[in-house]
Design a protein around this ligand. Structure first.
Ligand code: IYR
Length: 223
């Protein structure tokens, strides 16, 4: 075993309990204001903000610190148009037959359909890829662990970071989305995980009136 290079945990901060509670409350208040948005403005968003939020995503805990993700940021209108066309083709099949009725029933309160104009309107689409393995310096395959969990956590960090910066997002999962890898020139060992639509909400944007489960429905304390 090579010796580990260890450093002090200088980045950790402890807060007195009242301040800790306040911070937890403030963070909850901030994140509970996040909504998935489907009406986007075409106003440009500073690229640096996206870059920093991607850095945040890259800090996520992950399997063996192999960081099994890749983010493709698409701002090019021609590429966005091609993504929209391919996604809408899949979605038309989904909504007109591929999806079982119970899935369509579950989606009904959201009012979604096969039209995805936001894929062109929003200034950025971030295609998130999960790498089943990496390529080492010698060109050899490096197995990745807990890939789905890792990429899911990184995506959560990214969504929270973008929301914190004042941007709206939509987690969009055209199904199937194999076209993304080909269109964006990604290698075979990467599978598209989801497409994050990022921008400002359109003026007057609305969202479905939905609620979140109560604390005792989502959590149980033992002891
Ligand atoms: N991918 C489709 C359907 C869809 C599925 C789920 I689960 C959602 O939460 C929302 C939509 C679409 O984007 O319309």
């Amino acid at each position: 075993m090579p010796a580990q290079n260890r450093i002090p945990l200088d980045s950790y901060h402890e807060y007195p309990p009242a301040e800790m509670q306040q911070r937890a409350d403030d963070f909850y208040a901030e994140l509970r204001g996040r909504r998935s948005v489907r009406d986007f403005s075409d106003r440009p968003v500073p690229r640096g903000v996206i870059e920093t939020c991607l850095r945040t995503a890259g800090t996520a805990p992950n399997g063996a610190n192999l960081q099994p993700w890749h983010f493709v940021v698409v701002a090019d209108p021609a590429v966005k148009q091609r993504i929209r066309e391919a996604a809408e083709a899949e979605e038309r099949e989904f909504y007109s037959g591929r999806a079982p009725q119970d899935w369509l029933d579950a989606l009904a309160p959201l009012g979604t359909d096969a039209d995805k104009p936001f894929l062109e309107t929003a200034p950025y689409l971030i295609a998130i890829f999960a790498q089943s393995y990496g390529i080492g310096p010698n060109g050899k395959k490096v197995k990745h662990y807990y890939v789905t969990e890792s990429v899911g956590i990184a995506t959560g960090f990214l969504i929270a970071a973008l929301h914190h910066a004042g941007l709206a997002t939509l987690t969009h999962t055209p199904s199937p989305m194999g076209f993304l890898g080909k269109m964006l020139g990604r290698p075979e060992h990467e599978r598209p995980f989801l497409l994050l639509v990022v921008g400002y909400p359109a003026d007057g944007a609305t969202v479905p009136a939905i609620t979140k489960k109560a604390p005792d429905e989502i959590a149980t304390f033992v002891g």
